[in-house]
Design a protein. Sequence first.
Length: 185
Amino acid sequence: MNSEIRAPQVRVISDDGKMLGIFTVPEAVRMAQDKNLDLIEVVPNATPPTCKIMDYGKYKYEMKKKAQESRKKQVEIQIKELQLRPRTEQHDLDVKLKHARRFLEEGDKVKFNLRFRGREMAYLNMGEQVLKKVVAALTDIALVEVPPKMDGRQLFLLLAPDPAKIKEFKKSQEAEEEGSEAASG
């Protein structure tokens, strides 16, 4: 801004958006001060750097608004964790899979932690079979992002939602609902 600009020459744009030309920094600063405005470097990487004559407070405000808008549009993906054991019964596993399916449909990633206690470490294949069941049950809407891996005394698996498969799955659900309504009505 103003005298802090280090380039010997700058391309100047007026406050109404017209290209004024290439000037030395002191000349450009003097032109901005004549209008009671500031000289702000907007494209520092160009040769020569592009500067605009404008009010610095207004510029800061506009930049803040742009940053807020870009943050609004960002999708925040969360990782939901579900805990399992090697001897988790089928009904309990079904409940966990139902939760995982809901999380994946909402666009969150799901991490399954399978904890081993004591002598269960001797039966790692049981844990791997449980995670294979999980993957098989959720392949219609998810991708395996991290295959089953050991981390200390736990085996974990990370699943990510597959947008194309989720869209397809929701369409098939809607078609089923319409079919059941037609049959009952």
